[in-house]
Design a binder for this molecule. Sequence first.
Ligand SMILES: *Cc1c(COP(=O)(O)O)cnc(C)c1O
Length: 238
Amino acid sequence: MPAEADIRGNLAAVRERVDAACVAAGRAPDEVELLLATKTQPAARIAEAVAAGARLIGENRVQELAEKDEELTALAAGHAFERHFIGHLQSNKVNQVLRYVGCVQSVDGAELAGRLQRRLETLDRTLDVLVQVNTSGEPSKSGASPADAVAVVQQVAAHDRLRVRGLMTVGLQSPDEAAVRASYRALRELRDRAADAVGTGLPVLSMGMSGDLEAAVAEGATLVRIGSAVFGERARTA
Ligand SMILES: *Cc1c(COP(=O)(O)O)cnc(C)c1O
């Protein structure tokens, strides 16, 4: 596991990669934000990243959000940061997730949208959301199918407590760069169609990870989700 100095250095190196990818694509570096994917990382290491300037933290499991919350809040006191939910959200975890996050990136259909809406009415608040699309078509991946994505965005946008900000995808895991780029291009094209359909801008495209952020930035990513390039390789769970 990298020590604190490494987290800071790794974060700077990733930011440099993003900036270089923006320049190569003729885009302004400030168009792309970094979100740190912190699954399996202890609160102390997440707090080190926050102290080093990370502003967006993404968790995949509600249980990890809950377990790390108290320590992270204490250790990162004085630094502004926001947590997003980036994993598959089970309906029975909706009430709990809303205690921790300012954005759910993994809304995949009308049922989850309806549950979020009802809970947000009770809490009298709103929530930023992204609609997750399974652009790779791999059955193991969550998200709406590309064929349903525009309709799902319309259904989600019909809920007045949900502010649809854009789309998210995990993308294709493949050494074939052209195929990876095509999956990110597909998300951008769906975003453009969905924005026309709902009549509002959908500025956020959450796509790109440690291994392929350059391809995602070239295809218009505005938020890349980075884990291993900052925290090191995750221990493999059997
Ligand atoms: C783990 C994870 C990432 C980051 O993956 P790395 O390859 O470690 O950068 C991004 N998005 C989601 C949804 C993840 O679960």
